[in-house]
Design a protein around this ligand. Structure first.
Ligand code: TYD
Ligand code: MG
Length: 439
């Protein structure tokens, strides 16, 4: 067995020590020390070469069997690519990866530290898995897993989940920051060496785990976020980091009794249940190439308690506070004695500032108890002075709105767009103008 050498590293500033410390002597943070293995690096004979002499290597992409997941990945998996798929327990990570294993062409090694072989077999039967090329290994010991990969030489590795696996080189328990990083690091090294793409499952809990996927982001190539409300059946996979493609791409799935199904027309899906009432505004969302029409809902009502509530689902609550402050200062729309709720219908989460204008409009609409025109979409970032700022992908958003029969678009003034797509384009330079015009 290799000699064990470890050190303790402050996860906040990188300060190193041979002993664990409760408080970092360098940055002063508490409880930031985590144990890490000291690796002996051998020198590689790589020499600097003029940039323009480097050739582009065309890597063959491997399909996952889900065309939208491939799009999110940037066109499929690249050899040696390590993909972290992070999400709350029960959201469908194992289900999706089992389906990917079934559809993948080539040998798949599915390592599960979460469930027993028979539990997974039951799920596989339910999903109608028929591939004979899936090898299942219930195991949590990293060194055993690595040996299995070396012996079996799979074309795809799945590790479910990274929190359940431990290396014998570390004393800390599975799921600790040190273990999770060590596991991700060693698996990544192995996959890169052998050109095997891999999916690592990362569990996130609402309370926030000690060793959540955050600590792995810089080790892996790609981070996919798996989202959705558990009581609804839609699921969203979003690329939040991608060395082999762009971020922001989204794939929408539906959870059925036979596993996950891709939803080809997410816009139709998300606006299907729209109700005509004040506080509802359609926002054409897009962080990637595929736009999705979403319904932003706001509810403003007399506060029940002395401290008014601000609650959001699918939208940043700090961003909401900012919008409320702007509405008060610039539009004289007071909500300080009101409870304010903002919800992205269908449970999708939106972190684009482009949603600001739709959120502001939805709040004003609810507060004034007036409907926003039914055939209108709105997008634009709202600044602190109430100014409406230009955002990306204007044309992509408008085209999608047009496709679904919307006739008016409220957009930032002076935005560069190629054409109006037969819609009435209403340009506004600040929120006040928007609210005066429409409500
Ligand atoms: P799972 O993939 O086990 O979630 P995770 O790995 O992210 O923890 O998904 C579990 C949920 O999905 C569970 O509540 C049951 C449901 N489910 C279905 O609705 N249909 C199916 O075909 C399967 C396999 C699971
Ligand atoms: Mg699972």
């Amino acid at each position: 067995m290799a000699k064990k050498t470890t050190k303790f590293v402050c996860q906040s500033c990188g300060y190193q020590s041979v002993k664990w410390k409760g408080r970092c002597p360098s940055c002063g943070e508490w409880n930031t020390f985590a144990e890490e293995v000291v690796e002996e690096y051998s020198l590689k004979r790589e020499r600097p070469k003029p940039l323009l002499e480097w050739e582009e290597v065309e890597t063959g992409r491997m399909g996952t069997g889900f065309s939208n997941l491939d799009r999110v990945l940037g066109g499929g998996l690249v050899p040696g690519q390590v993909v972290l798929i992070a999400g709350e327990p029960g959201i469908g990570k194992s289900t999706l990866l089992l389906q990917v294993s079934d559809r993948f062409s080539g040998k798949v090694l599915y390592v599960s530290g979460e469930e027993s072989g028979s539990q997974i077999a039951v799920r596989a039967r339910r999903l109608g898995v028929s591939s004979r090329e899936i090898l299942l290994l219930p195991e949590t010991h990293l060194e055993t897993i690595i040996r299995a990969v070396e012996e079996e030489e799979p074309s795809l590795l799945i590790l479910d989940s990274v929190q359940t696996v431990y290396s014998e080189k570390l004393e800390s328990s599975a799921g600790s920051v040190a273990q999770v990083r060590e596991v991700a690091f060693r698996v990544s090294e192995l996959c890169k060496e052998r050109g095997i793409p891999s999916f690592l499952v990362g569990q996130i809990t609402k309370e926030g785990t000690i060793a959540g996927p955050k600590v792995l982001e810089h080790i892996v190539d790609t981070v996919l976020q798996f989202e959705g409300e558990r009581h609804t059946f839609y699921r969203v996979v979003k690329a939040v980091k991608n060395r082999f493609g762009s971020t922001g791409e989204v794939a929408v799935f539906k959870m059925t009794d036979r596993g996950l199904e891709e939803i080809e027309e997410p816009s139709a899906f998300f606006i299907a249940g729209r109700v005509r009432s004040p506080g509802s505004v359609i926002f054409p969302y897009t962080e990637g190439s595929k736009p999705i029409l979403l319904e932003i809902q706001a509810l403003v009502l007399q506060a029940l308690y002395t401290t008014p509530q601000r609650r959001t689902q699918g939208f940043d609550v700090n961003r909401l506070s900012l919008i409320l402050a702007v509405l008060e200062k610039e539009v004289n729309l007071f909500t300080r004695d009101s409870d304010v709720f903002v919800n992205v219908a269908g449970g999708m989460s939106v972190d684009e500032p482009a949603a600001d204008l739709a959120v502001a409009l939805a709040i004003a609409s609810s507060k004034k108890d007036k409907l926003v025109p039914e055939d209108l979409v709105a997008f634009g970032e709202v600044g602190l002075a109430g100014e409406v700022r230009a955002v990306h992908f204007g044309d992509i958003r408008l085209k999608e709105a047009k496709r679904f029969g919307f006739k008016k678009a409220l957009v930032p003034k002076g935005m560069e767009i190629e054409e109006n797509y037969g819609m009435e384009i209403i340009e506004v330079s600040n929120v006040r103008e928007a609210i005066d015009l429409l409500l």
